[in-house]
Design a protein around this ligand. Structure first.
Ligand code: APR
Length: 234
């Protein structure tokens, strides 16, 4: 059975109104990474960090999946092989689009994590610094987000999928952050065909055999039609 592994980044959610990171007015132009996306930043000022994720959680709650998310859900539902979606995004737009298998390698806004006992639970809509962990009772709740310097989640599973991929696609990611940026080289090592969907070539764009320029909400539905045999390959 053939397997398609898809990696998504902030670009697929851009047309749903959620900001990307490295665009001119992106999140990292508005906030310092070291302040809101590192364990050190959280230790220094937990309220700043918790408020940053509360705002992103509220924005994501109001966001709707776009045609790009819907296309990937259609591929998963109709493809006669296996579709595995790995996302760097922490929003739930793939789930809202009806996707069943979503691997959140950078965590999710919907999750809370205990910094003391590693217990995980559904995050409240608004988290407060010092919220108690429902398991151990200590005031060590934090967003269940993978920060810089921390190990992304599900890496063994992801590398197993890359080793079996017949097709590897990357959508809306700048290719600046590892290990995700290294997935295309890993998939190629095992003979996968590779394709990138972006407004412009990413930092690892040269490693992709195929490139579809444009917004994911436009390029993905057409690619999915091709993969499902509804349209002639380009
Ligand atoms: N369609 C397709 N691609 C798009 C669109 C769109 N409508 N809009 C923007 N893009 C592309 C941009 O060209 C860019 O290459 O999406 C990419 C977004 O890049 P980044 O902002 O760097 O986001 P991402 O690659 O997901 O960042 C990876 O970095 O800061 C960390 O943890 C954070 O998960 C994030 C990781």
């Amino acid at each position: 059975m053939s397997k398609i592994v898809i990696l998504t980044g902030a670009g697929i959610s851009a047309e749903s109104g959620l900001g990307t990171f490295r665009a001119e007015n992106g999140l990292w132009a508005q906030h310092r990474v070291e302040d809101v996306a590192t364990p050190e930043g959280f230790a220094r000022d937990p309220k700043l960090v918790v408020d940053f994720y509360n705002a992103r959680r509220a924005q994501a709650a109001d966001a709707a999946p776009n045609e790009g998310h819907m296309a990937l859900a259609r591929l998963e539902a109709e493809y006669d092989g296996e579709v595995v979606l790995v996302t760097q995004n922490v929003d739930d737009l793939h789930e809202k689009a009806g996707m069943r298998r979503v691997i959140h390698m950078h965590g999710a806004l919907s999750g809370a994590l205990c910094g003391a006992c590693d217990h995980r639970w559904d995050a409240p809509r608004v988290m407060a610094p010092g919220d108690a962990c429902p398991a151990c009772g200590r005031g060590t709740a934090r967003p269940d987000i993978v920060w810089f310097g921390e190990m992304p989640y599900h890496m063994d599973e992801i590398f197993d999928h890359l080793a079996e991929a017949d097709v590897f696609a990357a959508v809306g990611t700048s290719g600046n952050v590892y290990p995700a940026a290294g997935f295309v080289a890993e998939a190629r090592r095992f003979g996968a065909r590779t394709i990138e969907f972006n407004l412009e070539r990413s930092a690892v764009g040269n490693l992709f055999e195929d490139y579809r320029e444009g917004s994911a909400s436009w390029t993905l539905p057409r690619w999915v039609d091709e993969m499902l045999g509804h349209a002639a390959p380009r």
